[in-house]
Each structure stands twice: as structure tokens, then as C-alpha cells.
Design a protein around this ligand. Sequence first.
Ligand code: SF4
Length: 338
Amino acid sequence: MKTFEFRHASSIGDAIDAATTTGAKYLAGGTNLIDLMKGGVEQPSGVIDLRRLGLTSITSTDTGGVFVEAGVTNSALANHPLIRTQYPVLSHAILSGATTQLRNMATAGGNLLQRTRCPYFMQTVFAACNKRDPGSGCAARHGFNREHAIFGASADCVAINPSDMAVALAVLDAVVHVQNETGRRTIPIDRFFVLPGRTPEIDNALDPHDLIIGIELPPSAFAEHSWYLKVRDRHSYAFALVSVAAGLVIEDGVITAAALALGAVAAMPWRLPEAEASLIGKTPTAVTFDTAAQLAMVNAQPLSQNGFKVDLGRHSVVRALTLAAVDRGAEPAPDTSG
Ligand code: SF4
């Protein structure tokens, strides 16, 4: 590992000052950044430890939503009563990721910044990876691409975003609060992640030195009817092959609002507006859900090894919607972790 400077930040301003003047990277739980540094994928000149900033609260907002500070651990977030009762799809998604030990370290802000697990990106022994080394090529496009994108890919990169939490945040229309040396601003979750295009080294809309302060959840419409379905090669400690976050509002037996997003199919959580629109005004039946699922996958463009994701995605949408439609009130999200 390359030698780097380590420092603790004493305040948000101190952290941003240090990042601005030295180019060092922020460090929270370290569950992704440290791995990448050990492998030589990330080689920052310094890291700024954020764990003394105290960004660890989860509070109700004046508008009836919830504000999650960036340093809240995944475990604390998934198990908080407000999240379990009002945003069970978020709790469920987080508990489906990683392991208890990792969730105890990983943070909400860091989760948004985790990088793709494309094996060509993760291992410097592979020369061609535009995300790690811009201009070097994309070994995955015609190589091992079973786990890669079927939506929104480019000639330069076909990687996916690995976050479960982000898929749930997409259907909840979360808003990311960030701060840098010029002030504070918000980024809606649907504009936070960016597709690879010609610049796959860029994962998101953050500016240099932006520090994620927290994540705002608007008032929940889907507390009664939501689900996060994660399909993977083994039941625990595995990234998704396909995942689905689904939220429904059902009034007098009719769907009056719907939100759907796929995970592990693109470089960002993949919202499905046509499928969502098809659900409105319908009764929650197998035919309704199958129609939505057909629409969900209509623009998929699989690679040489991941055509199975199209069928898997279609069936997963039906399954997630079916489970979301079950009225389970404020039942806590199931712990599907290992
Ligand atoms: Fe690199 Fe993206 Fe290609 Fe993977 S898919 S090798 S991350 S450029």
C-alpha cells in the first residue's frame, strides 16, 4: 500500500479545509476505501477520518420526513424504529447487504460512495479498465460480464452500482445534502449517480471536496406496502445479480401510487417510470404486476453473459410487487442477512 497521511477532522469545516488544501480523501467506515487502497486501486496522498464529527443522528424533520446524518452506520439506520416502521423498504435493503460486522462499520454516506465490484476494476493485475485508468479500455465489455449492466452502459464501461441501500433510496425519492468550501446544497437521489458515458471514472454528481452531510427522506408513502427483493448467487454476503425495490399505495383495493427501481442492472438505481405508470388505477393482481414487469425490461440491452438478467429482472419485479402488496402494517423488515 502506498504511504499516506492520516488525520482526524475536528469539524465539518476542518474536514473540508483539509480536503481542499491537500486533496486527501474522506474516510468514514472504511469498508470500501481501505480495501481499494490495499489493492492499489485507490492511492490517495492522505485520508481524513470523519468519525469524530458526530454525524450520527436520525431525526424527524418539520415536513414529516426523516434526516439521516452521513455517519450513521448501516446497522443503526436499518434498525432505527422510524426507519423500520416508516421506511421498511430501506431497512430491508440495508439488512440484505454485506454482513453484520460490515454493517456495524459502514455508514450511510459511505454506502452512497461505494465503488463498483467489477473484477477488472478491483484488481490492478488487469490492465484495461477505464474506470480505474481512463483510456485503458474496458475488459468487461467482451470479457467476464455476467454481473454487469443491462441498462445505461456505454462503450467505455458496463459496470453496475453495487449498493442495496441506494435502490431503496431511489423509490423513496431521497435527497442527499452535501457541503464544500462554497456552502451547502442538495442533490436529489435521481441526479446523484451518473451513467458512465465517456467518463466512467466519475460515479456521481459530487464536486471535488464535497462532503456528504446526510440523507433526507421525504414523508413516507410506502410504509404499508413495500418490499426489497435481492437475488444473488448465495444467500448472504453477496452482491445482487438483480434487486428490486417496490413501493405501492393501495386505497380501496386500487393502486394509487407506485415506485419501482432495479438494482445491479446499471451504474445507478434504475427507476422504471413506464412500469410505475402502468400500475396506477389498477387492482394489485398477477396480471397487473406481469404487465409492469414486461414494461420494466423492454429496453434492456444485455451483454454476452448476462442475458439471464432480463428474465430474472422480470420475474423479480412480479415477486417484489406481489410481496409489497401484502398488507403487513408496521411489521419490521425481515433480517435476511448472514
Ligand atoms: Fe472497468 Fe467499467 Fe469496464 Fe469494469 S466495466 S472493466 S469498471 S471500465
